[in-house]
Design a protein around this ligand. Sequence first.
Ligand SMILES: [Zn+2]
Length: 153
Amino acid sequence: MKKTLSVSAINHGTVIDHIDAGQALKLIPLLKLNHDHYQITIGLNLTSTLMGSKDIIKINDLHLTEKEAAQIAIFAPHATLNIIDDYSVIRKIKARLPQEIRSILICPNKNCITAHETVESLFHVSSFKNKVHLHCNYCEKIFSKHEIEEYST
Ligand SMILES: [Zn+2]
């Protein structure tokens, strides 16, 4: 039987697999992919034997790195980044939580100094019982990832 190339196959780029369902749309602004010209395919609520349902993001012509894998881990701790060249996976990177996140997230506390002055945001990351906690370095409040809705652009 002749193997047909699936529409979803990409020649060169990155496939972010095993994203927790519903989180893919958060990753696009987080990775600032909406500012670039890359071709992006997003799959939402796909069936996954491992997770029940999952999201997938495919980005043409861009190889993501460990740095992005750390950012992705905040919203998708089970994600795997498949780095693709010539239609094959040349590298897999597991999303892994960073210890701190600088300048990307915006503190939801309106009284936080970062909301009023041009201070680069800084969150310390910890996880407890599978929940990610983000601890603002400035106002010292602790947020869950669901409470962070804005990213700096
Ligand atoms: Zn704060």
